[in-house]
Write a protein of this length. Structure first.
Length: 245
């Protein structure tokens, strides 16, 4: 009996040690993953851009995740590189606008949200106005994401900013702000051709640093037309590696 008990205790101890060792294995470094999924030259430039963003106190992790997500969606590596470069520039602009308006350091999630709002057409002045006018103890991450969402639904940046500011001054919660998007009729982009969220399709079609295309495009989520196809008619899926789905 003592022998069986000793064996059982030994087995339990080994299982516990294995679990502890497994829990201590770190997740794979995103930098190493990027080197695996991107061509070597593109990976080096993307990683250099991410390192530069980190040195300027920008949310570099968000850039890493963005690159990995687009790679998983089959976006062309050159478009991934362009997207990371442009998003890093937007982050820098958003950080400056937030700190100029509020007079204090911006948090990483606020910078990320501000960059996304700018990608959808909101300018730095509007971001500064929000930072200056909102309660100073309030995170601006959700308000900025909501402003971007409202512009996706057809409101102008000024209209979206004013709606969110009105709710902020009434001490609306983040949940209340998030519900605002459903209160606006789903009008797509009202023909403005903004990027479609985080899918990467908009940027893969050639959006510039402000998030606006050089020429008018279809509403978000609808691939660009070719030939004489009606605007609302969807094409089949693009060849793998061309754009995100």
């Amino acid at each position: 009996m003592r022998t069986l008990r000793s064996i059982a205790l030994f087995v339990l101890a080994m299982v516990s040690l294995a679990r502890i060792a497994g829990a201590q294995v770190p997740a794979k470094d995103p930098s190493a993953r990027l080197r695996e999924v991107l061509p070597a030259d593109v990976a080096e430039r993307v990683l250099a851009r991410i390192a530069d963003a980190r040195s300027h106190q920008l949310p570099a992790d968000a850039l890493e995740n963005r690159a990995l997500k687009f790679a998983a969606k089959g976006v062309d590596p050159r478009n991934i590189e362009r997207s990371i470069n442009e998003q890093a520039l937007r982050m820098d602009s958003a950080k400056s606008a937030l700190e100029r308006g509020r007079g204090s350091a911006a948090a990483g999630d606020e910078i990320e949200a501000g960059a996304e709002a700018m990608r959808k057409g909101v300018d730095g002045q509007a971001v500064s106005v929000l930072a200056k006018s909102a309660p100073h103890n309030r995170s601006l991450a959700v308000p900025l994401f909501v402003i971007g969402s409202l512009t996706d639904r057809g409101l102008s940046a000024d209209q979206a900013l004013q709606r969110v500011l009105t709710r902020l001054q009434a001490r609306a919660s983040d949940a209340d702000l998030e519900s605002m998007s459903s209160d606006v009729s789903g009008r797509g982009n009202a023909g403005q051709g903004r990027g479609d969220g985080d899918s990467g399709r908009g940027e893969a079609r050639g959006l510039g640093k402000t998030g606006r295309p050089a020429t008018a495009g279809p509403p978000a989520g609808v691939p660009g037309n070719s030939g004489n196809k009606p605007r609302g008619q969807r094409r089949g899926p693009p060849p793998k590696g061309s754009t995100a789905n």
